[in-house]
Design a protein around this ligand. Structure first.
Ligand code: RP5
Length: 176
């Protein structure tokens, strides 16, 4: 196939376009959502992370959702706590897949967040993950799985990641 100048990486190339967006309702969600960001970084997936609050900055949320597809985002990981409408409202405004992460809340420990995110009415889905750190990491792994369908390098990395876990589990010992 023909190589075009734009195909050739160069020192002056623009920063890599994010493939996955990580959004959250507050900086207080970062302790949880950093686990999604760390996982994407581990796999070398170009990503961005920012606060986009559904109820404090609804116009920004709509703008983010409207631009997600045109900007080339292939998945949006959205974390929020309490009456967690960020993932659902994001999904309402874009057909880019939205992966929802329930963040543990102070009073209801994230069960409110989980129910708010998982109970989307038929027609506008949000793929919902576990409450907290595991959910954030798994949302990133799920995004990696989706991207890996069309990215063989990423698929190889994902298989290696799974193999490491297999080896670690086989090496587990018990105190008896
Ligand atoms: C939600 O309210 C956020 O997603 C966060 O989990 C929760 C509390 O936000 P802060 O009061 O800590 O900013 O919007």
């Amino acid at each position: 196939s023909t190589l075009h100048p734009s195909d050739t990486p160069s020192a002056s190339a623009a920063p890599t376009k994010p493939r996955v967006g990580v959004v959250m309702g507050s900086s207080s969600d970062w302790d949880t959502m950093q686990h999604a960001v760390q996982m994407l970084a581990h796999f070398g997936v170009a990503h961005e992370a920012r606060v986009v609050s559904a109820h404090r900055m609804p116009d920004d949320l709509f703008a983010y959702a409207e631009q997600a597809g045109p900007r080339g985002l292939q998945a949006i990981i959205a974390g929020a706590g309490g009456a967690a409408h960020l993932p659902g409202m994001m999904a309402a405004k874009t057909t880019v897949p939205v992966l929802g992460v329930p963040v543990a809340s102070r009073h209801l420990q994230g069960v409110d967040s989980l129910h708010s995110i998982v109970q989307m009415p038929k027609g506008v889905p949000v793929a919902t993950f576990a409450i907290g750190n595991a959910g954030a990491a798994n949302a990133a792994l799920f995004a990696v799985s989706m991207l890996a369908l069309h990215d063989s390098d990423l698929a190889t990395k994902l298989q290696a990641f799974r193999a490491e876990q297999t080896e670690a589990a086989r090496a587990m010992t018990l105190p008896v």
